[in-house]
Design a protein around this ligand. Structure first.
Ligand code: ATP
Ligand code: MG
Length: 820
């Protein structure tokens, strides 16, 4: 039987060398005259044509031989009835039944052919060996491409033994560009760019051509820029089609995995795909995002609204308008009784029809000709339809089942999400285990309800600072109260909803969780409590005070742990800076002035230059005095709880708000010294008596208010809602302090010290210690005198007051005699 070898359109050197080898293996074969070969293949073919058996017509019956292609169906179709046997040689693995030949994964098809020559122990001429070596050299990049095997090298070794001429090889395969190639490149190359991902260089080239030219690809592969990269992607836009080729040059990147997103196929080291209707630049940006490891919505199923809202074809016009208006939809797919998709209706046409045909039904005005998509279509197909045909809505069908709709809004939303992500500084962070656990739970619950959830605000800042956190804030793009309720149910704990704020509190495993619906806040007037409306995460973050407090971390399973940082919070955290999100921030809410100083004091951070300037000007505009006193006092209370309250106080003074907050106090070096002494005393107390640790802030406050008139000080304490014992202490301080001080000063014996300090509040005692001349005596009392114990056995028979007095007497005796 005669055998005919076919070379595919655009066949390369590997195909040509293979075909040549097959002529040697099958003496009864010839090559059907090839139409169009790649540049190198055609150069070789031109110069060595005399060595090839070529035929221009086909016999009645023949065996079909293909090299470097397995698309034999096309030929079968074309030569129906003529083809007897099919023989295929190819190095791209494929499953083919009932086919002869050799299909195995090696570096080149020529290798497979040469191996057969070797098996047959064929004696070939040096010219034949040279011709055969072309295919192996080219497809393995001189044995350097990924995918090269030892079999390729062995085949080549055999060819060299047979006298393959390296000089000729170099002549045809040399990689400096010829003038023709340079011209070709400059005509078609749109851009070539080297990008680095995880330290790997990846080249992306975009080309424009009338039609797909395999030569172009070869030239690009040969560029020096490409040769030292890890992988190469070539995007060729040819008319309405866009081809994407991927080639891994060092096996560090699975190009197939990347191109699979585009529906491509091939090996891990060489892959290609053909797209319709996608713009090359668009493909490039998607490719870049994929290489960066981002999730990019590419398929209709990823952005469609599902399940779709539909109208029945017999619905009356006015009902249909009402239904659409309530949902704020521009249109809807129309279905019949069986739920089959029969049309698309737009509100616009219904509204127009209403005037003239108030009794009409949806079916009378729907479009019966419209585009549909399948869930697996690429979204650029949807974009194309929506933009080119002016449609607003495309039904998505799976077989004849309607599964969703795509609207312009869906597309816009998906794009906005992509660009928003691009802007945000994105990285994954590791959450502490107890927060990770509850975060994942919240993420899953939110997802089940179709919402998204994020860890947000101060807790993100503290996690990044490596601090321990127990108060944990989440926001939910959706109904936070519902999420909190399900979480509470899961853990069988109580939950406390605040519907008017869209928030809820839940306590889970010692963590205090607050879940809030993402919201936008507007301030009706400076300093007032804000008005609240629901909004996106970005807007929720935008309403916050400082960049370091305006970060979020996703707890949704698809991107769990991703830091969302629109405003550069992470950078400011590293630079130790407090920075407002916008210039009007302090004017809008003057409480932020105090918050800025509180965080600066607590963390030892500075204000950014512009923030400092904005803060000063807000202060000089009188922002503090125009703010509601309650909110200011609330903030001062928070400052009092801070370990580094003194630093904060120092900042209050530096930015000239101290006098405005503590009206009536005057700062003096003396006061400052006293406060510094108090700090040492507090440190001492904390270490000596860890069980007595308390809110030391109030002691500082008492020292601050000491010099004030009693009524003023009391008024301040009332404003700041100080606890009653603080107010009691203040009274004692104002009224009894002088006499206590006097008796203490005069006290000679331990018992006298004891008597003057007995039953006085601890706060008061710490305050007294700030006076140099009393310090040691108070210390003695706190360390020893107050702990003196007596043996009660001695006073058997006594009771009540008598007993009490006896004990006290005995204590003082012990103090004076035994304690010295
Ligand atoms: P702390 O560790 O003191 O609790 P925090 O940052 O958690 O610090 P909160 O007062 O608990 O502060 O507030 C939670 C979050 O709410 C803040 O991180 C911030 O994003 C935001 N926030 C609080 N107060 C304001 C305000 N006045 N203006 C803007 N955003 C605010
Ligand atoms: Mg907090």
């Amino acid at each position: 039987m005669e055998k005919v070898i076919f070379l595919e359109e655009g066949a390369d050197l590997d195909a040509l060398s293979s075909a040549y080898g097959l002529l040697l293996i099958y003496p009864e074969s010839s090559i059907f005259k090839p139409k169009h070969l790649s540049r190198r293949a055609s150069e070789v073919f031109r110069d060595f044509r005399h060595l090839f058996r070529i035929r221009e017509d086909l016999p009645q019956e023949f065996d079909l031989i293909l090299a470097d292609t397995h698309h034999y169906e096309v030929y079968l179709e074309e030569f129906k009835g003529k083809v007897k046997d099919i023989i295929i040689y190819d190095h791209h693995p494929a499953h083919m039944a009932g086919v002869k030949g050799k299909v195995q994964q090696v570096g080149s098809t020529t290798t497979l052919v040469v191996e057969e020559l070797m098996e047959r122990n064929m004696d070939i001429s040096p010219v034949s060996a040279t011709l055969l070596s072309f295919g192996i050299y080219e497809d393995t990049g001189f044995l350097s491409y990924e995918g090269t095997t030892s079999r390729d090298a062995r085949a080549l070794a055999w060819l060299l033994e047979k006298g393959a001429d390296l000089r000729i090889v170099r002549k045809y395969l040399s990689d400096t560009l010829s003038k023709e190639q340079i011209d070709m490149l400059s005509k078609h190359l749109q851009s070539i760019e080297s990008l680095f991902f995880n330290g790997k260089k990846i080249v992306i080239a975009t080309l424009k051509a009338e039609e797909y030219e395999p030569d172009l690809l070869r030239i690009i592969y040969d560029l020096r820029e490409v040769r030292d990269s890890s992988a190469l992607f070539v995007i060729v836009s040819a008319g309405y089609k866009t081809y994407v080729f991927g080639r891994s040059l060092r096996g560090e990147l699975d190009v197939n995995k990347i191109l699979e997103h585009f529906g491509g196929g091939g090996h891990t080291f060489a892959s290609a795909t053909k797209l319709e209707g996608a713009h090359a630049e668009r493909v490039k940006s998607v490719l870049t995002s994929l290489l960066e490891g981002k999730r990019v919505a590419l398929k209709v199923k990823e952005v469609m609204t599902s399940p779709p809202f539909v109208l029945h074809q017999d619905t009356g016009i006015s009902d249909a308008i009402l239904e659409l208006s309530q949902r704020n939809f521009a249109g809807a797919p129309v279905v019949d009784d069986a739920g089959k998709l029969v049309g698309v209706i737009y509100k616009k046409s219904l509204v127009r029809a209403l005037k003239h045909y108030p009794e009409g039904r949806v079916r009378d005005f729907m479009l019966e000709e419209f585009h549909t998509l399948t869930p697996e279509d690429f979204i650029w197909k949807a974009e194309e339809i929506l933009s080119r045909y002016g449609e607003k809505l495309i039904p998505v069908v799976e077989g004849d089942r309607l599964v969703g709709v795509i609207t312009r809004l869906d597309l816009l939303y998906s794009m906005r999400q992509q660009t928003a992500y691009l802007k945000a500084y994105e990285r994954k962070i590791k959450l502490p285990p107890h927060i990770e656990e509850v975060g994942r739970e919240i993420g899953i619950i939110a997802e089940g309800l179709g919402f998204k959830a994020y860890l947000v605000g101060g807790v993100v800042r503290d996690i990044l600072l490596g601090k321990e956190v127990w108060d944990v804030d989440f926001v939910v793009e959706g109904d936070a109260i519902k999420v909190a309720e399900l979480l509470a149910q899961k853990h069988k704990v109580e939950f406390h909803p605040f519907p008017e704020f869209g928030t809820a509190h839940v306590k889970v495993k010692g963590l205090k969780l607050e879940l809030a619906t993402t919201r936008r806040e507007t301030y009706p007037h400076p300093g007032a409590y804000p008005l609240v409306e629901y909004a996106s995460l970005r807007e929720d973050l935008l309403r916050r005070d400082f960049t370091i407090n305006a970060m979020a971390v996703s707890v949704n399973s698809q991107d769990f742990g991703t830091l969302i940082d629109y405003f550069g919070g992470l950078r400011d955290l590293k630079d130790r800076l407090i920075r407002v999100l916008h210039p009007l921030s302090f004017v809008e809410d003057p409480v932020r002035i105090l918050r800025a100083l509180r965080f600066a004091g607590r963390l030892g951070f500075k204000l950014s230059k512009s923030t400092e300037r904005l803060l000063r000007s807000a202060v000089s505009l009188g922002a503090i005095s125009s703010a509601p006193k309650g909110r200011i006092m609330n903030e001062v209370r928070l400052a009092l709880r801070e370990e580094r309250f003194l630093e904060i106080l120092e900042l209050y003074r530096k930015y000239q708000i101290l006098a405005e907050i503590f009206k009536g106090i005057t700062w003096s070096p003396k006061l400052e010294k006293k406060l510094l002494r108090l700090r040492d005393i507090i440190t001492w107390h904390k270490i000596e008596f860890p069980k007595e640790v308390m809110d030391y802030g109030w002691v500082y406050l008492l020292v601050l208010l000491e010099e004030m008139k009693e009524e003023e000080g009391m008024a301040f304490l009332r404003d700041i809602s100080a606890p009653s014992w603080v107010r009691e202490t203040y009274k004692i301080m104002k009224r009894g302090s002088k006499s206590t001080e006097k008796s203490l000063l005069e006290a000679k014996r331990n018992s006298e010290v004891y008597l003057s300090l007995k039953n006085k509040p601890l706060y008061f005692l710490l305050m007294l210690m700030t006076k140099e001349n009393l310090k040691e005596k108070v210390k003695l009392y706190l360390e020893k005198l107050r702990f003196v114990k007596v043996n009660v056995e001695k006073f058997r028979g006594l009771s009540g007051r008598e007993l009490g007095e006896a004990i006290e007497k005995e204590k003082m005796k012990i103090m004076d005699e035994a304690l010295e």
